[in-house]
Design a binder for this molecule. Sequence first.
Ligand code: ADP
Length: 482
Amino acid sequence: MPNLKDPTLLREECWLGRGWEGAQETLTVTDPADGRVIARVPKMGAAETSDAIAAAAEAFPDWAARPAKERSAILRRWFELMLEHADDLAALMTAEQGKPLAEARGEAVYAASFAEWFAEEAKRIYGETIPSPSRTSRLLVIRQPIGVTAAITPWNFPAAMITRKAAPALAAGCTMIVKPAEQTPLTALALARLAEMAGIPHGVFQVITGDAREIGGVLTESDVVRKLSFTGSTEVGRILMEQSAPTIKKLSLELGGNAPFIVFDDADLDAAVEGAVVSKYRNAGQTCVCANRLYVQAGVYDAFAAKLAERVGQMKVGRGDAPGVTIGPLIDADAMSKVEAHVADAVEKGAQVLLGGKRSQVGPVFYEPTILTGVTQAMRVAREETFGPVAPLFRFETEDEVIAMANDTEFGLAAYFYTENARRVWRVTEALEYGMVGHNTGLISNEVAPFGGVKQSGLGREGSRHGIEEYLELKYLCSAIG
Ligand code: ADP
């Protein structure tokens, strides 16, 4: 385990309504880089989940009734504590998730930004007055918190995927139960410890670790839980949506992506290479907004491939806590199998390996940063999210052709394109069937902009002024005065 400046951030108990609680059975948390056990967290199930729901329901009326300014001040404190403890949060993330320390620290700051932003938004949950169609009535709309909410979060951003949900929920006056990914519970529990230090009342924010299906089953079945926010695979999103149907739960789903990254002939190639590196290789390619398919126009294809290979060839694979490392381990052996299968399929169907294309000597879950050329739409890399450090380069001739290829997927999360032609910017942006588009950048996520996808990439938006709406209901008042 890493040495923490504040050792109280390493928790092996859940943060529930009554405080910290353990369980007889535990789940082991391992360092993906070497498989070593670093901690054990409680394996909780249905009974504890029901208790957490009851505690969240009990805490809700008081939390919702507090003036927004008061909730805002507490969230602001949470934000400040995350920044103060950014090094510890980073150390925990690198230990259980594997990402390079500098990236982990970046995530800690990014995670904190949601608490800051929604602490500010808490004070701006305005209502409306509507001019009445009659002389004898007055019409008003107020916004109220939806009630008890739940979040199920993934391992690739162990901190930010929690604060992006919990901060708007708490700002709105909701209470929230978080079930983090089994691979990365320590970051979630550290955030709970910081929530405790910030003075977030018992029951308002809880973190429960354990059996995903059992906990998810109880959370979705409950009529008390009025909203579920999920980030993860489309497959599990579908299951949770189905399970939420009987109680007509409000849902936010942030699911898989298959991001196209388009480089036109008129692009600034050096900028495009930098953007591709950031978008493709961050977190070893394990983000849902990672460039999954790189479409390069014929006129610059060879030049782009050469420049990208030169740049990517300088990346360093290794443990996330080793100096200078830019590519950490994959999360587990299954992730490795998928990456290997995608590369093997592409090569079998005619792609060439320009760089990498194999496991790294560093260890069994480390994959070399890879570039494939001569890739076609018939290969698995074109259809499925690889979730690894593999950049497949597709060649295209015309704008219409590349738009059709980019949109030929059931996903619609993020897309990127590089061009210096201003006329093309609007044309391409409007034609791409994606929730988020990056022009001349490979990095689009921040707390002030709406994050989310279309098609089977999900429902709803997180971050921005829209993110808080997911946790609010409108109530219309018709007051007869005649
Ligand atoms: P990934 O493939 O990135 O691990 P998953 O969708 O499997 O994505 O996991 C995302 C989150 O969903 C994790 O917290 C995981 O524990 C949880 N999860 C997985 N399966 C279920 C399920 N059947 N019910 C509830 N939660 C689930």
